[in-house]
Design a protein. Structure first.
Length: 697
């Protein structure tokens, strides 16, 4: 009779123990969850409840030209944020008031003010008008605060814009060098943290923790600002004169691989990049692989000489075509070139001669030299988005493919890749990696990294490079590249005209005109490539790209202080002579260049650089005709879009000079006195070349 109560007691004790074990297990699991698994999250929630942090933006590193001129710097801007817990009881009226000031829907602002966070952005980068309005209303906006941030600024406008890139709302790099070197440039953000009570108010005498921001490192480029301005002006003018789709000019120092200038049109202003189509952000000579055409031929002849497949004394015959595997392939000259030695094959850019060279090399050796010149892979230049050319697999290459590849068809390369290969010929056969950043400097001015000048390898022996240099000099002095000549200098060059390939098919009547070369010879200081994509009218590289090369190369050599290698004899007075380009040269160099061509110069205006010349560059006038050169203080750069300046208050002469420098036209009923009115308001974006009507008195 006692067994039953005892059994019940045992069961109750067991149940109590089981419940205790379960309770302890749940408690232990909860403790593990709180103290281990969710510790970081719970700490963050606790910190959010009693700590408020305001971010401190770091000072982004500068981007500087080789001479220290600033290409990208920073300025302070104001942004608006809120502490949501401090806005309780005021959110509806605050949302409505801020919506009228900021142009943001009140519903969106209300949702932000209701977030369970210690800090929310309301609007970043306030305009001056918004800032003034917010400051006036701050007493009526509890929980709403202003803070200072750092924003990027590009003082040179469109100059080198695709190379520099731009930054986003958080000052993070989104394109170009800004993206490629973002980790170095960005620095480290900081914050100011303070303890707050349950309603978000700072606790008196509570500690405030300041984590200072660390400024980013700065980049010093190989880019020369003056040379960049010269190249950009030439590219902009070529867009107009040729009707091209794209114009690209790239210049390297062949001894180091440093980029001296890289200009392209179309371009954009990185200060207002959202106003431009995204296609303008692309770096054309980097992100697009093109059929090179005849500018590829120096690589073929160098490979043939280096392997013994050809010698300077080798003979060739061109009847105007060659039949390979039953297919007739024409030379560019229908009547042919007849008997030639190797130098003449290069000088005449003879396709038949180059087919013979390609077939003599064979697939294995031809592909080996593509690799030696680095044409089968990216150059490794310090820019994002580098493309790789398309080269057929060697195992599938036929004799016909090889013959055509030898003169630059059936394969594609990037302009920067081919320029680097030609620069190796200018550098005695040694390849250098193209680069833009020469050195990285920390906030204290100490150099923390340099580009270095160690060669990537030898493409061809020095004696082969010297032979090819002389053959390319013949192209300019006697062959298809005569319009690429620079008076006073021995120039090596090669013309190219390639049919465009779109969607894998050759498009008839659509061309890329090119010229690649270097100067002076011997001892080249500049290697340069000019590409004109889809020129209208004339389309041969020797007609379209060579004159651009001549003009830019002359300005480069003058600016770099390279002494002439040949005497220049000015023509006699009255004899027709070609007018040189003086724009963007300083006064002394302008006089020197003009007199070398047989033209005296007179100056008007004030400044260091020529911004306009009375006789058009490239035109023919009797020697002895006076060129009137207008001086200014800044290089003249042709833009596609221009911000209308404030002309009111300027004299007519000042207004006309300012308009010309910006690429605008001005008209007035009475062109004298001071400007009283202008028909387009200051700050409006207009196309370059727009006419603005002024009222003067």
């Amino acid at each position: 009779m006692y067994e039953r109560p005892r059994l019940v007691l045992k069961r109750r004790a067991f149940l109590a123990m089981a419940l205790a074990v379960v309770f302890d297990g749940v408690l232990a699991a909860r403790l593990v969850d709180i103290q281990a698994i969710r510790a970081a999250e719970l700490k963050r929630r606790a910190d959010d409840a009693h700590l408020r942090g305001v971010p401190l933006a770091p000072w982004r590193g500068l981007i500087l030209a080789r001479d220290g001129q600033v290409l990208a710097d920073n300025h302070h801007i104001h942004s608006l944020y809120a502490v949501p817990v401090q806005t309780r009881g005021h959110r509806q009226e605050e949302s409505v008031l801020l919506a009228t000031i900021l142009g943001v829907p009140a519903s969106r602002l209300r949702r932000r003010l209701e977030r369970r966070q210690g800090f929310v952005w309301l609007k970043r980068r306030l305009s001056d008008v918004e800032l003034a309005a917010v400051r006036a209303q701050l007493p009526a906006l509890p929980g709403v605060h202003l803070t200072t941030e750092v924003a990027r600024h590009y003082p040179q406008g469109t100059l080198a814009a695709p190379l520099l890139g731009f930054t986003g709302v958080d000052n993070q790099g989104l394109a170009g060098l800004e993206f490629r070197y973002n980790q170095l440039l960005a620095g480290r953000p900081g914050a100011v943290e303070e303890e707050v009570d349950v309603v978000g108010q700072p606790i008196a005498r509570a500690r405030q923790v300041v984590r200072p921001a660390r400024p980013g490192d700065s980049l010093v480029l190989s880019l020369d600002l003056h040379l960049q301005a010269v190249a950009e002006q030439a590219a902009a003018e070529a867009m107009v004169s040729t009707g091209a789709r794209t114009v690209s000019i790239i210049a390297l120092d062949p001894r180091t691989g440093g980029v001296l200038a890289w200009a392209q049109r179309p371009s954009f202003d990185p200060n207002r990049y959202r106003e431009f189509p995204s296609r303008d952000y692309r770096i054309w000579g980097l992100s697009d692989a093109i059929p090179p055409g005849s500018i590829f031929k120096p690589v073929t002849v160098a490979a043939a000489l280096a392997t013994g497949a050809a010698t300077p004394g080798s003979g060739y015959f061109c009847p105007g075509f060659k039949v390979v595997l039953g297919r007739r392939v024409n030379c560019w000259r229908p009547e042919g070139h007849g008997s030639q030695d190797l130098a003449a094959v290069v000088r005449n850019s003879c396709n038949v001669g180059f087919m013979d060279l390609g077939l003599a090399l064979g697939v294995e050796r031809f592909y080996a030299y593509l690799e030696r010149f680095g044409l089968n892979r990216p150059t490794g230049i310090d820019l994002p988005g580098e493309a790789v050319g398309i080269i057929p697999a060697a195992a599938r290459v036929t004799a016909l493919d090889l013959a055509v590849m030898a003169f630059g068809q059936t394969l594609t390369v990037t302009p920067i890749g081919l320029l680097a290969a030609v620069a190796a010929l200018a550098n005695g056969g040694l390849r250098q990696r193209p680069h833009l950043v020469d050195r990285v400097v920390d906030a204290g001015g100490r150099t923390v990294r340099t580009a270095g000048e160690r060669p990537l390898g030898r493409a061809v022996p020095p004696e082969v490079a010297a032979l090819v240099q002389e053959m390319m000099v013949g192209v300019v002095s006697q062959g298809t590249g005569k319009m690429g000549a620079v008076p006073g200098y021995r120039v090596a060059g090669k013309t190219g005209t390639a049919q465009k390939v779109v969607g894998g098919r050759v498009v008839k009547g659509v061309y890329i005109a090119s010229f690649v070369g270097f100067a002076p010879v011997p001892g080249p200081r500049v290697a340069m490539m000019v590409n004109v994509d889809e020129p209208q009218g004339a389309f041969y590289g020797g007609q379209v790209a060579a004159p651009i090369f001549s003009r830019v190369m002359r300005a480069f050599l003058t600016h770099l202080g390279v002494p002439p290698t040949e005497p220049v004899r000015p023509p006699k007075a009255g004899v027709p002579a070609m007018v040189p380009n003086l724009v963007n040269l300083d006064a002394a160099d302008a006089v020197k260049d003009a007199e070398a061509f047989g033209f005296p110069v007179q100056f008007v205006g004030r400044g260091r650089l020529v911004v306009h010349q009375s006789l058009e560059y490239g035109g023919w006038y009797p020697a002895g005709t006076v060129i009137t050169a207008t001086l200014g203080s800044r290089p003249r750069v042709y833009l596609e879009w221009v911000t209308v300046p404030r002309f009111v208050g300027l004299s007519w002469e000042e207004a006309a000079g300012l308009a010309f420098t910006l690429g605008l036209n001005v008209r007035a009923g009475v062109p004298r006195g001071r400007v009283q009115e202008q028909d387009l308001p200051p700050g409006r974006q207009v196309k370059a070349g727009t006419t603005i009507r002024l009222v003067t008195a």
